[in-house]
Design a protein around this ligand. Structure first.
Ligand code: PEP
Length: 250
């Protein structure tokens, strides 16, 4: 079965006001979207339920993070159980901003991923190398080291509910997009690693999406690469051009 193209919008800690959020929802609700694409929007936690209630039914909503405990004294955190109860189907885990600014290790990301899956959520699992690591030819090794604790923690069947987002850190929010060749090579390496470390079936079926300065201008060429199954979009998901990115395959 071909892998369904997936486009996620990571709003991060944007926009600043409810009014701007309402405008973004309006643009998406009025747009003509390729029905073959799975579209998922990850707003700040404060708007998760509002977006689920106000966005059209063919757009899903995702959290940007969660903790691995179901409840308790963890000030500032949201649990997978709370997300599931609020009917939020997806959560982004391991985003480079979480890994770098909030010092999340790959082991913690694995724990969170396991807890999210056990609660019935689907996970957008982010991996990617820094510029220094790429220049040292360590891209594949870094990405594999980020994936390894997750692979060791999960069952093979869990992978049906994971989308891997390959997001080179040097491309996130910088305007420096990976070339189509760089993205294809990294995605093919991830698939080869999944085949070796889990199974050829998981490698074949898992969606590997690209993130890092995707725009309407560069999305079509990236989308033509055989191992690029979609995008995770930050900055451009807050602009009307996000609609063109969703429709990149059209
Ligand atoms: C992201 O934060 O996931 C991202 C890809 O950001 P941007 O598109 O702004 O580079």
């Amino acid at each position: 079965m071909p892998r369904q193209f997936f486009v996620g919008g990571n709003f991060k800690m944007n926009p600043a006001t409810r009014q701007q959020k309402t405008t973004l929802v309006k643009v998406l609700n009025e747009a003509t979207l390729d029905p073959a694409v799975e579209v998922v929007i990850a707003p700040p936690a404060i708007w998760l339920i509002t977006l689920r209630e106000t966005l059209r039914n063919d757009i899903k909503v995702s959290a940007q993070n969660c903790y691995f405990k179901p409840s308790g004294a963890f000030t500032g955190e949201i649990s997978p159980a709370q997300l599931a109860d609020a009917q939020i189907p997806y959560v982004i885990l391991g985003h480079s901003e979480r890994r770098t600014i909030f010092h999340e290790s790959s082991e913690l990301v694995a724990q969170k991923t396991k807890a999210a899956l056990e609660t019935g959520l689907s996970v957008i699992l982010c991996v990617g190398e820094t510029l220094q690591e790429r220049e040292a030819n360590q891209t594949a090794a870094v990405v594999q080291a980020q994936l390894k604790p997750v692979i060791e923690t999960l069952k093979e069947s869990d992978w049906a509910k994971i989308v891997i987002a390959y997001e080179p850190v040097w491309a996130i929010g910088t305007g420096k997009v990976a070339t189509a060749t760089q993205a294809q090579e990294a995605h093919a390496d991830i698939r080869a690693y999944l085949a070796k470390a889990i199974s050829p079936a998981v490698a074949q079926n898992t969606r590997v999406i690209y993130g890092g300065s995707v725009t309407a201008a560069n999305c079509k060429e990236l989308a033509r690469q055989p191992d690029v199954d979609g995008f995770l979009v930050g900055g451009a998901s807050l602009k009307p051009e996000f609609v063109d990115i969703i429709n990149a395959k059209k």
